[in-house]
Design a protein around this ligand. Structure first.
Ligand code: C5P
Length: 411
């Protein structure tokens, strides 16, 4: 399952580190090559000798060890791996990863890598539930780190709850799944639109909206993780670029449409951008001045509908075109009407009434509407919505496009 895969295992300072020689053996049983970085904390729970014996390799410990750096620099360590696996991942290392700290060999390798990172958290249940840890997890997941566990159970500290490192065999399975998932959409091209658009009034002013781009970015990342070649056409947002996607930053709706057209042909289009419906008919060439005539009247004109344009029938129409519907009332009915009006295949309808906190927030409640039914998903994080959508897209495309119908069911 993991034949030939090179795993850089980073062992940090939690009691679960004592299980890592077993983890190494199980990874190697599956054909993986394992190299270890052991932190100072980790070395309190497992010896470099034990890890060296099971990896059959040197165990790397010190950022400033000249011999280590000459043999295998910290950059080379992560460059030579297919994936980095942090197990156990303590609350401390997760916080450092989220903050971008690089104060030892492990965190430096993690900051320097452009390879996929998986982490198996292990910590006391209260540390797990702490708002700081949960915020760090959300940040890391948003950047594409795959979390494995933790599991529920009795802990070394005498408490019970989530925080136990996932069993080594299950970690190996999760790593194997990660690699096999990465080929599910191989060879498929996807275009995702995200964020708001900015429609110029003059060189300094524009019309915009409250879209954060979180949902669109998460979808781009989820599709890329399954091996799709993704172009993310995004309006101005304050988000990190998702891992493994081609970025096409734009400002206006017209730029966004042009960038989408450039990215064709594609198999999958997901329009998650909150495109401005109207733009000023003519942007003033110079900054408009406050003057004696009172406030200017803005004359608006309609923007192109990117989703409807890309969904138009023709030889370049992508196999699957997905739109979003942000509604504040009778969400599903409005979304059904939109599906027909725009000519797309699926609509993800979400309730954006102010009380839901969907705009700018990390969670979303959506209904997947297809030609044949409605599937209501429970409230979940935007990263989870993205993962589930990517899963549905994969099933649809691998079933030859025939199984797009969602059942009329609520969860
Ligand atoms: O018409 P409405 O804005 O409600 O439709 C929402 C859906 O249409 C979203 O998928 C959005 O990305 C897309 N859209 C678009 N171009 C527009 C307006 C909306 O692609 N000009």
């Amino acid at each position: 399952m993991l034949a030939g895969k090179r795993i850089l295992l980073i062992v940090t300072g939690g009691i679960a580190a004592y299980k890592t020689p077993e983890l190494v053996r199980r990874l190697r049983d599956q054909g993986a090559q394992v190299r270890c970085i052991l932190t100072k904390g980790g070395a309190q729970f497992v010896t470099p000798l034990a890890l060296g014996a099971v990896t059959g390799d040197k165990v790397y410990q010190d950022l400033f060890d000249l011999t280590d750096e000459q043999e295998m620099g910290h950059i080379q360590l992560s460059r030579d791996a297919d994936a980095l696996l942090v197990a156990p991942a303590t609350a401390d290392v997760l916080a450092k990863m989220a903050a971008g700290l690089a104060d030892d060999l492990a965190t430096t390798a993690l900051l320097a890598t452009d390879k996929p990172v998986l982490a198996a958290p292990a910590m006391n249940v209260r540390m797990w539930h702490h708002a700081a840890t949960q915020a760090n997890l959300a940040t890391l997941q948003g950047r594409g780190v795959t979390m494995i566990g933790p599991d529920n159970g009795d802990m070394a500290c005498g408490e019970y709850g989530p925080g136990r490192m996932t069993d080594p065999l299950d970690i190996v399975q999760a790593v194997a799944n990660f690699f096999s998932d990465a080929t599910l959409l191989a060879g498929r091209r996807a275009i995702v639109t995200s964020g708001p658009t900015h429609e110029a009034i003059d060189p300094v002013r524009y019309i915009a909206n409250r879209s954060s781009g979180k949902q669109g970015h998460a979808i781009a990342e989820a599709l890329a993780r399954l091996g799709a070649e993704v172009t993310l056409v995004t309006g101005p947002v304050a988000l990190a670029d998702p891992a493994g996607v081609t970025m096409r930053p734009v400002a206006s709706a017209r730029d966004m449409l042009a960038a989408c057209r450039d990215a064709l042909p594609a198999d999958i289009v997901v329009c998650a951008a909150a495109v401005a419906d109207w733009r000023p008919a003519e942007a003033a060439p110079e900054k408009m001045k406050k003057g004696g005539d009172g406030p200017p009247a803005l004359c608006l004109t309609e923007n192109p509908d990117i989703l409807a344009t890309l969904a138009q029938a023709g030889p370049r129409r992508p196999a699957l075109v997905v739109g979003f519907a942000a509604e504040t009332e009778t969400v599903v009915d409005h979304a059904r009407a939109k599906l027909a009006r725009k000519g797309c295949d699926w609509i993800l309808a979400n309730d954006v009434s102010p009380e839901t906190g969907t705009f700018g927030g990390d969670a979303n409640t959506v209904h997947l509407i297809t030609a044949t039914g409605v599937e209501s998903w429970p409230r979940m994080s935007k990263a989870q919505v993205a993962g589930r959508l990517a899963e549905r897209i994969t099933t649809h495309l691998t079933n030859g496009g025939g199984a797009g119908g969602a059942d009329e069911a609520a969860e």
